[in-house]
Design a protein around this ligand. Structure first.
Ligand SMILES: Cc1cc2nc3c(=O)[nH]c(=O)nc-3n(C[C@H](O)[C@H](O)[C@H](O)COP(=O)(O)OP(=O)(O)OC[C@H]3O[C@@H](n4cnc5c(N)ncnc54)[C@H](O)[C@@H]3O)c2cc1C
Length: 413
């Protein structure tokens, strides 16, 4: 039985792996070259602590305030686009306390499941990803964020996640080499991190070893259907027979879902990162700068990555270096000795998060033999391996390891 997976990000490659393991003959089709997409330059967090969806109370007001500042961490590019308007209206509608409460358990469950899947992958000989399970520190500078962190920690503990409030002195003892300008931090011991480039390389090698066909430089352009079943997958240069199709096209998920008549509310959320190797700027633990909305990850022994911003924009707009300046300014506010020079644009990575309208991924069937797996927004790496396993369970008609109802891709139809 032939499965065609569209998209060579972490969701596509994980899906390909678990499908192959369960007996499918798998081909992965990628429009680029399997060398870059959102799954490479991200912050590398595997984070059950991120149980609050992007669509949450307060985000809409914050968005309106921040979007006028060209260096701010959040921006919605205003334009007359039906994709943006329909997504934005739904996003504003669901960004409620009820939605947040309803989403916490599903997001925790899928993240813990996925973390377990990564740990299993890590046992495969030669599968390297620089995985470290040492937690995540969420630094705060203001009284308001301290209060918020207390509340957040209580909610996490109710969910059974290990969370602890730390004083400045406690955090400083964990990071003796860096001067911290913070009030304290919320420490999530449940979180892990890895080096995304190593993970993606290991996934590709594993698939190749297992005879998965990987085709780069071909773009999905449509399908040949019979009733509600895909028979053939059409790319710009070939046609493939398929018994099963997995659409793991990340931030392009809306366009590709449209090809089979499914309206997926999804927008690209661009973010930037800078990675330094053997630099004088060192941390022991991954850190989120709460007020600055920046993620810092020491990774793979000698690297440190600074990432952030959420620009709801189109995938064709040129990058905005002002956002990168904003990231570096925020870093210096929290870590005054981290005077990182602005790199040239060619050394700045950027990628597109696939943002669903409610902050929960879309995982499930949209046609008899078509599974959609996208919309993971800020937690796609974290949920990557688990999503791949869930895709194979759906394909094989098995009982899913986590409840899939919250992720139904037709929930807004
Ligand atoms: C700055 C930043 C930091 C982040 N930090 C974290 C983090 O710490 N932890 C975390 O969990 N997540 C993080 N994320 C989010 C995470 O990176 C994404 O959610 C995840 O990588 C999405 O994976 P994906 O496979 O869905 O998409 P992608 O990795 O973008 O892959 C989709 C692929 O589909 C291909 N494609 C699209 N259309 C077609 C077509 N028509 N034909 C063929 N191929 C097609 C694309 O070329 C692309 O290669 C971060 C994101 C950013 C930007």
């Amino acid at each position: 039985m032939k499965a065609i997976v569209i998209g060579g990000g972490i969701i596509g490659l994980s899906s390909a792996h678990y499908l192959q393991q369960s007996g499918w003959e798998v081909t992965v089709i990628e429009k680029n070259n399997f060398e870059d997409n959102a799954s490479y330059g991200n912050a590398g967090y595997l984070c059950p602590s991120h149980f609050i969806p992007l669509a949450s109370p307060g985000i809409v007001q914050q968005g309106f305030t921040l979007m006028w500042n060209p260096r701010s961490a959040f921006y919605v590019e205003p334009r007359l686009s039906w994709s943006l308007i329909s997504w934005g209206l739904k996003f504003m509608k669901v960004a409620t306390k009820e939605h947040l409460e309803k989403s916490a358990v599903p997001l925790r469950d899928i993240a813990l499941f996925s973390q377990h899947c990564y740990e299993e992958l890590g046992k495969i000989p030669g599968f390297e990803m620089a995985y470290e399970h040492k937690g995540l520190l969420e630094y705060y500078q203001t009284e308001a964020r301290e209060e918020h962190s207390h509340h957040f920690a209580d909610e996490a503990k109710k969910l059974g996640l290990e969370a602890e409030m730390l004083t400045l002195e406690q955090v400083q003892a964990m990071e003796p080499q860096a001067k911290l300008n913070i009030r304290g931090a919320l420490y999530f011991k449940c979180d892990a991190h890895l080096y995304p480039q190593k993970l993606m390389q290991s996934m590709k090698s594993l698939l190749q070893q297992n005879n998965v066909t990987m085709i780069g430089g071909e773009e999905l352009i449509g399908f040949e259907m019979q009733n509600s079943k895909v028979q053939k997958v059409k790319t710009n240069s070939n046609v493939y027979d398929a018994n099963l199709v997995v659409m793991a096209t990340g931030a392009w998920g809306r366009e590709t879902a449209k090809m089979i008549g499914h309206d997926l509310l999804l927008m690209p959320g661009r973010g930037y990162s800078i990675t330094l190797q053997d630099s004088p700027f060192k941390l022991n633990y991954p850190a989120v700068l709460q007020e600055g909305r920046v993620a810092i990850t020491p990774m793979d022994g000698n690297k440190i990555r600074f990432g952030g911003t959420m620009e709801i924009t189109s995938t064709t707009k040129p990058p905005r270096m002002n956002r990168v300046i904003g990231i570096l300014e925020a870093v210096q506010q929290f870590l005054p000795e981290f005077k990182i020079p602005l790199p040239p644009q060619k050394d700045v990575w950027y990628g597109y998060r696939p943002c669903s309208a409610d902050g929960l991924p879309y995982i499930g069937k949209v046609k008899e033999n078509v599974i959609v797996a996208t919309g993971h927004a800020m937690i796609g790496l974290s949920l990557g391996a688990g999503t791949g396993k869930l895709v194979s369970e759906i394909a094989n008609g098995e009982k899913p390891s986590v409840d899939l109802k919250p992720y139904n891709p037709s929930r807004f139809s």
